[in-house]
Ligand binder design. Structure first.
Ligand SMILES: [Zn+2]
Length: 389
């Protein structure tokens, strides 16, 4: 590593500072005269993506709006999911993530049958190849009916515990007998010491209340900080008092909530020729006010669930700000510290002696930096590795 280098004009928590970088670390932070030109952010983490389906959109267009046609289109596309196809698309996704400064991601992996899907194994190999650049965790995305089935769940959980990244997961939307199935899944997680990550209540029917049962079981099993719920769109259409109660319980149980604006905006309340009225975002202001950790994910990128998008947490944050009326300066943690802690990764900081792994976004303040897609610089190990991709 070369001698120290100094970056001037860096905006950090509203102050202008200079960062001294030495041997891959932030050696010193000192006040700086004048106005900041760049805003600094620890390298972001995306807690919810799907690398097995990324970029299949051109060959897998759903024939109707909504979640279930997207699931069907993905199902049909799986005929093409060879090892080479999976590797090529996952590597493209990781390269895009790396170029945007992402240091870690959790990818769900479709697990449609009791047997282990090829994508689980291939993404595990790809994760090992990328370990030094982007940390990639896998979470199985299994139907509640399969994972909650005593004939299949134990073998899946054992396989995930042996070959995975410490996370078990399932898809839950108004499944029959869901409390019993969830109880079995929590017992499997407890037996194997696994975290849990759910796709839950991704729809606009107020009867979808799987989230409530996950909250209850998280408390029963003492799994605070180890359970992440993605979507929970149905909370957006339930009565305010019921939502307030379950969010209080979620905070008490230590559940984290992942809000996925691209996919929710695209899939919820869709029908041909009609403008959507309901946008499907979980009540994130209320959740955070209640004490729930809220994080943001890109979810789907160029697949049947969302045809646009990129592996870029900054763009996810910008869209979340528009969709949910957020002040970005209050939500930077949703793609950095909170996202890291939700995945069990070390919390990044911008502080003396911390690793010099960060993003610089061009702008005198956060408003300027995030007003439009920002010019950015990425530092890893104290070295600038990439300008705006
Ligand atoms: Zn998802």
């Amino acid at each position: 590593m070369s001698a120290a280098s100094v970056l001037d004009g860096i905006g950090l928590e509203g102050r202008c500072v200079s960062l001294t970088l030495e041997r891959g670390r932030i050696a010193a932070i000192a006040p700086c005269a004048g106005a900041a030109q760049w805003q600094v952010l620890p390298l972001p983490v995306d807690p919810h993506v799907h690398l097995d389906k990324s970029f299949i959109w051109p060959r897998a267009r759903p024939d109707a709006p909504g979640l279930f046609p997207a699931i069907e289109a993905t199902q049909s596309d799986k005929a093409y999911w060879t090892e080479a196809d999976l590797r090529t698309r996952a590597a493209r996704a990781l390269a895009e993530a790396q170029a945007n400064g992402i240091r870690g991601m959790r990818s769900h992996v479709d697990w449609g049958e009791p047997d282990t899907p090829l994508a689980w194994t291939v993404l595990g190999e790809v994760a090992a190849e990328w370990r030094d650049r982007v940390t990639l965790q896998r979470a199985p995305l299994v139907s509640l009916d399969i994972l909650g089935d005593p004939a299949h769940g134990p073998a899946i959980a054992a396989h995930v515990a042996a070959t995975g990244d410490g996370v078990l997961g399932a898809f839950l939307y108004r499944h029959a007998d869901y409390p019993e199935k969830l109880a079995r899944i929590f017992a499997l997680a407890a037996d194997h010491g696994l975290r849990l990550d759910f796709h839950v209540d991704e729809g606009l029917e107020p009867e979808a209340q799987g989230f409530d049962e996950i909250v209850r079981l998280t408390g029963v099993h003492g799994m605070a900080g180890r359970v992440l719920c993605g979507h929970a769109c149905a909370l957006s259409v339930r009565p305010a008092d019921a939502v307030a109660r379950v969010l209080d319980d979620a905070a008490e149980a230590g559940i984290a909530l992942c809000v996925l604006p691209t996919t929710n905006l695209w899939l919820q309340d869709g029908s041909p020729g009609r403008t959507p009225r309901l946008r499907g975002l979980a009540p994130l202001h209320e959740a955070r006010a209640a004490g729930v950790r809220v994080v943001f994910g890109a979810d789907n990128v160029a697949d049947p669930f969302y045809p646009f998008g990129s592996f870029d947490t900054i763009e996810t944050l910008r869209l979340a700000c528009t969709a949910a009326h957020l002040d970005p300066t209050e939500w930077l943690g949703a793609i950095t510290t909170d996202a890291s802690q939700t995945l069990g990764l070390p919390a990044p900081t911008i502080a003396p002696n911390a690793p010099a792994d960060f993003l610089l976004l061009h702008g005198a303040d956060w408003h300027q930096a995030l007003r439009r897609p920002p010019k950015r610089r990425i530092f890893r190990n104290g070295t600038k590795i990439e300008d705006t991709p």
